[in-house]
Design a protein around this ligand. Structure first.
Ligand SMILES: [Zn+2]
Length: 271
């Protein structure tokens, strides 16, 4: 008999949550600087950055993040949890004073979307595929209230749904950078979307693809997921930035740059 495991249980068993003490330090601004310094962001292409999150107990940023610095603004890939959002804003501010205009939620899960209000407070707009709103209507605020029991960084912010929505695709293009947000089908959830940079051939996958032998399948459709991954593979990415990493030394961007084609394909197939 199968045991039904909800998302919080899954993440808890993956040691995804902050200790209360660590969260308190972050909220007080004590740990943010050292934490930000401890985890370096990778520049995967000019103006394109990747930050590796952590599933460790004391990690403010759980999911991986990306951001693209356009001529006039910054687009962030995934809002993360509130502490992660604050960390990313701090790191982006160390690189540029351009306004952070958009926070793209690859899907509705808390480690990707619960930092939305932090970005709104910073002047940005949360953006997502329409399926994210539909998932939130079904599951919120129940999921928020569950995570609130464990994440002290959520206490001084609130659930904020995306307010710029796209049914299939949304493009950002300033002539130098082009980012195509694309819903390729149902996968990890019913609202997944990826960020595709055709010039650099970089793909930010969200949890459609993770860099390890694990994933949460309770909100998606494993049958449709295969077809969605095939659609992603056809984009021809040479650098794949996944949304969650379990083994820090095996970040997907590094794998893409340094290892064989078979490794890249194994990654995009979700292992
Ligand atoms: Zn997820």
């Amino acid at each position: 008999m199968c045991k039904k495991v909800n998302r919080r249980e899954f993440l808890a068993t993956s040691t995804a949550f902050l200790s209360v003490a660590a969260e308190a330090e972050i909220l007080q601004g004590k740990a943010l600087t050292s934490a930000a310094q401890a985890v370096e962001a990778d520049q995967v292409a000019p103006g394109v950055y990747f930050h590796e999150g952590s599933l460790a107990d004391n990690a403010p940023a759980v999911c991986n993040n990306g951001w693209i610095i356009f001529d006039d603004y910054v687009l962030v890939v995934d809002a993360n949890y509130p502490a992660g959002a604050r960390m990313m804003i701090s790191k982006i501010r160390s690189l540029t004073d351009k306004p952070i205009r958009f926070a793209f939620d690859t899907h509705h899960h808390g480690d990707h979307a619960y930092g939305n209000q932090v970005y709104v407070d910073a002047g940005a707009v949360p953006v997502a595929h329409t399926g994210v709103i539909e998932e939130m209507r079904r599951k919120e605020p129940r999921n928020w209230n569950e995570d609130l029991k464990y994440r002290t960084d959520m206490k001084d912010t609130k659930l904020k749904a995306p307010t710029v929505l796209f049914p299939k695709e949304l493009y950002f293009d300033d002539g130098t950078h082009r980012v195509e947000l694309m819903h390729l089908g149902v996968a990890h959830t019913h609202g997944d979307a990826v960020a595709w940079l055709p010039k650099e051939k970089i793909l930010f996958t969200g949890d459609v693809c993770v860099n390890g032998p694990f994933n949460f399948v309770g909100d998606g459709d494993t049958g449709k997921w295969v077809a969605t991954l095939e659609a992603a593979k056809k984009l021809g990415a040479t650098t794949i930035c996944t949304a969650t990493v379990r083994v820090p030394s095996r970040r997907c961007s590094t794998i893409s740059r340094r290892s064989s084609k078979s490794s890249r394909i194994r990654c995009i197939q979700g292992w």
